[in-house]
Write a new protein. Structure first.
Length: 90
């Protein structure tokens, strides 16, 4: 029998061990069973990728949202190109 080694967050491992113990089996038993179920196509596995914005981008978006709500830092509405050019030349 082969040994499989992988890294897992300590708190996550402890929580999984505790849950397995409550259910009456070891975490190793769970891993073996899950692997066998996956091979037998009784267990499907998929990844959900949730893109996350960098903290700096989140802060910028929050500031922009606040400015919009308060009516700050917004350009006026232009009815002609000439109005826009005049505004930009200021």
């Amino acid at each position: 029998m082969d040994t499989v080694i992988f890294k897992i967050d300590k708190k996550l491992k402890q929580a999984a061990q505790k849950r397995a113990q409550i259910k009456g089996f070891s975490l190793t038993d769970f891993y073996k069973s899950a692997t066998q179920s996956f091979v037998n196509e009784e267990l499907d596995f998929g990844l959900i990728i949730r893109p996350q914005l960098k903290d700096k981008v989140v802060r910028e978006l929050l500031k922009i949202s606040k400015d919009i709500k308060e009516g700050k830092n917004l350009s006026p509405v232009f009815h002609t190109v000439e109005e826009m050019k005049a505004y930009l030349k200021k």
